[in-house]
Design a protein around this ligand. Structure first.
Ligand code: MN3
Length: 259
């Protein structure tokens, strides 16, 4: 029943887009090109992102990160990025806004980040918000923290001199991000690097204004909403608490996959 309904909605939507597209491309384009475009529009229009469940309970990171912060951060802030991303995606199925190349591959978040410069700011903010938070939840775990071992531990020591020196530099970058944003450890061209991005930007976005590029290995949310209820304005206190919940196994997994 549900499938029939969504199939009907899909067809109705496609038909509406077909009419609109043919009307708007009547001058200078042939009908075949228009119908090809419609199929691709329908593809991106049918994508819906959803809020991933947290891999632990809201109170699982206490006493380092409190239950209320986790609950509001996940169920309200992250949910809002997902909702607004889906809304924004519905509005971009315009031939004038999107080039066919954006639609060629499946509209995954990675594909969106790759084509960021062709997409409106609402997509940048909300696709970034969705991706960054989805990653962030997995970067933490109950009884996390401790020493970073394995290949990642070796690479961090080699790059930064010691684990303590790495933590110091990472915290420094996180402290210096003015206003809202994220601190990152990334892997790029055979090397580890530390940097930060503003707002919900991330190192996968193909944009000049994004200050660090590469594959994310570690991500830290430094928006006030991530710590204000517990730490108020003391970002430095939040960062030092965060080291106690870092999921180094996940970071190691990302590092091995990035190489
Ligand atoms: Mn956040």
């Amino acid at each position: 029943m549900e499938n029939n309904n969504s199939r009907r909605d899909f067809l109705k939507k496609s038909a509406a887009i077909t009419l609109g597209t043919i009307a708007s491309t009547a001058i200078g384009n042939n009908a075949l090109a228009a119908s090809e475009f419609v199929e691709k529009e329908a593809l991106i229009n049918s994508v819906k992102f959803t809020l991933p469940a947290l891999p632990y309970e809201y109170n699982a990171l206490e006493p380092h990160i409190d239950k209320m912060t986790m609950e509001i951060h996940h169920s309200k802030h992250h949910q809002t990025y997902v909702t607004n991303l889906n809304k924004a995606l519905e509005t971009i199925a315009e031939p004038t806004v999107l080039s066919p190349s954006v639609l060629d591959a499946s509209p995954s978040l990675e594909n969106i980040f790759d084509n960021m410069s062709k997409l409106p700011p609402a997509i940048r903010n909300n696709a970034g918000g969705h991706y960054n938070h989805s990653l962030f939840w997995t970067m933490m775990k109950p009884n996390g923290g401790g020493d970073v071992k394995g290949k990642l531990g070796e690479a961090i020591t080699k790059t930064f001199g010691s684990i303590d020196e790495f933590k110091k530099q990472f915290a420094d970058v996180a402290m210096k991000r003015f206003g809202s944003g994220w601190a990152w450890l990334v892997y790029k061209e055979g090397k580890l690097a530390i940097g930060s991005t503003a707002n919900q930007d991330n190192p996968l976005m193909n944009l000049e204004s994004v200050e660090i590029k590469g594959k994310p290995i570690l991500a830290l949310d430094v928006w006030e909403h991530a710590y204000y209820l517990k730490n108020q304005n003391r970002r430095v206190e939040y960062i030092s608490s965060w080291w106690n919940v870092v999921n180094w196994e996940k970071a190691e997994e990302l590092y091995i996959a990035a190489k």
